[in-house]
Write a protein that binds this ligand. Structure first.
Ligand SMILES: CC(=O)N[C@H]1[C@@H](OP(=O)(O)OP(=O)(O)OC[C@H]2O[C@@H](n3ccc(=O)[nH]c3=O)[C@H](O)[C@@H]2O)O[C@H](CO)[C@@H](O)[C@@H]1O
Ligand SMILES: C=C(OP(=O)(O)O)C(=O)O
Length: 421
């Protein structure tokens, strides 16, 4: 198993390209199931999660070709000959549940494994199920699998989500594109990845309005056509690398970054003493002075502070001047990085969904373990600010969501390498 070794060696400088968003690409890929014609995604990120989604789609009969070193994905679902999304693939990656809505819409039936829980919390699908049932689907749980059938096809419905779930919004919107009649989804999620999905579906001929607001209206059509679509910039990769000069000093330009993808996060950086300037090419990030100030953070649905940046923000708060309180409201167990940061000398007290971080002058390098995707990068960030060497093990978590992670940090001047253990 590989590890990443980081040495805290002072200010960073450089330009880092930001990839297409994992969480957008993983919802755009299943959209291929809605059409017999090809779907081409450009600006795709090179990640193990993308390979997992490719394997899942191929297991259903879709064709997936990775072109231009993985930056272009050519997908075709002209021949879907299996409607079972197997537990062995779904359990590896929760986004696998996004094949349910498209398969149900296109084939009228689907069998999809429930994902089960994962390190950061439970991953229920009750909201997805309620929305699809409102559209006429019958869904039953048998032996860990959701058996879904839409006798006579899905029908448009007015449905309000109990919580603005990203995955439930994506499944419902995709399913509704081929339903008979109009679907109005209320309390829909507003994340940029959903806006990107709608833009792609519209190119495929779907009739959708209201993306980016909490009411999305979908007028069902008989069929969707092929399209070519560039994946939106990864705001979480962007935010993660923005924290590198914040924690280690220096000045870094994140190519392709825009403030509007991460407004709530940028406001917190500003309050913490980090300047973010939009340029023609992206965002330039630097500390305003010597100190980082403590700020409180509450994770919320978009446009609030993203849960996917909470671990990385905690790393920054570990060396801030003062005490910060981080409240995690999306996933019930998303503080597993805290005990690892404590091994590096951080002062963190976790009580339920609230972590209180008292800033220390300097972190110290240590052997630490990545417990999940975003936790892994928070430990690398902490390593940049630590005295001595930090060894982060279980870096397969980082490969799920950060392409060329060592090269990108090294491109800012960080002393970092990947080693085999
Ligand atoms: C709101 C939010 O921040 N969503 C994040 C979530 O999306 P993802 O789609 O994975 O999760 P949801 O937005 O659906 O879930 C967020 C919350 O809703 C609950 N839930 C979800 C579905 C359901 O049927 N029933 C239910 O109770 C979950 O337990 C969780 O507490 O993880 C992704 C990957 O990290 C992030 O990119 C998304 O930004
Ligand atoms: C937790 C994440 O992904 P997933 O929902 O696929 O586990 C993430 O992107 O931070």
């Amino acid at each position: 198993m590989d590890s990443i070794v980081v040495k805290g060696n002072g200010p960073l400088k450089g330009q880092i390209p930001i990839a297409g968003a994992k969480n957008a690409c993983l919802t755009l890929m299943p959209a291929t199931l809605l059409s017999e014609e090809p779907l081409t995604l450009t600006n795709a990120p090179r990640l193990s999660d993308i390979k997992t989604m490719s394997a899942l789609l191929e297991s259903l009969g879709a064709e997936v070709s990775s072109l231009q070193d993985g930056k272009v994905l050519a997908l075709s679902s002209h021949n879907i000959d299996n409607h079972v999304a197997d537990y062995e693939i779904v359990r590896k990656m929760r986004a696998s549940n996004l094949v349910l809505g498209p398969m149900l819409a296109r084939l009228g039936h689907a069998i999809v494994s429930l994902p089960g829980g994962c390190a950061i919390g439970a991953r229920p699908m009750d909201l997805h199920i309620a929305a699809l049932e409102a559209m006429g689907a019958e869904i039953e749980l048998k032996e860990g699998y959701l058996h879904a059938i839409a006798r006579g096809g899905l029908k448009g419905a007015v449905h309000e989500l109990r919580f603005a779930s990203v995955g439930a919004t994506e499944n419902t919107v995709m399913a509704a594109t081929l339903a008979k009649g109009t679907t109005v989804l209320k309390n829909a999620a507003r994340e940029p990845e959903i806006v990107d999905l709608v833009h792609c579906l519209r190119k495929m001929g779907a009739q959708i309005e209201g993306e980016g607001t909490s009411t999305i209206t979908i007028q069902g059509v008989d069929r969707l056509n092929g399209a070519t679509h560039p994946v939106v910039t990864d705001r979480i990769e962007l935010g993660s690398y923005m924290l590198a000069p914040a924690i280690a000093g220096g000045e870094v330009e994140l190519l392709g970054g825009r403030i509007n993808l991460l407004a709530a996060f940028c406001e917190k950086l500003d309050a913490a003493g980090v300047s973010v300037t939009e340029t023609e090419k992206g965002l330039v990030v630097a500390r305003k002075g010597d100190l980082i100030h403590s700020v409180d953070v509450v994770t919320e649905v978009y446009p609030g502070f993203p849960t996917d940046l909470q671990a990385q923000m905690m790393a920054l708060m570990c060396t801030a001047d003062g005490t910060s309180v981080l409240e995690e409201k999306i996933f019930e167990n998303r503080f597993m990085h805290a005990p690892e940061l404590i091994r590096m000398g951080a002062n963190i007290d976790v009580q339920g969904g609230v972590a209180t971080v008292k800033g220390v002058k300097r972190l110290k390098g240590a052997r630490v373990m990545a417990t999940d995707l975003r936790a892994s990068v928070s430990l690398i960030l902490a390593g940049l600010a630590a005295e001595g060497e930090t060894v982060v093990s279980r870096v397969y978590h980082v490969d799920r969501g950060y392409e060329h992670v060592v090269a990108k940090f090294a491109g800012m001047g960080a002393q970092i390498e990947r080693v085999k253990e």
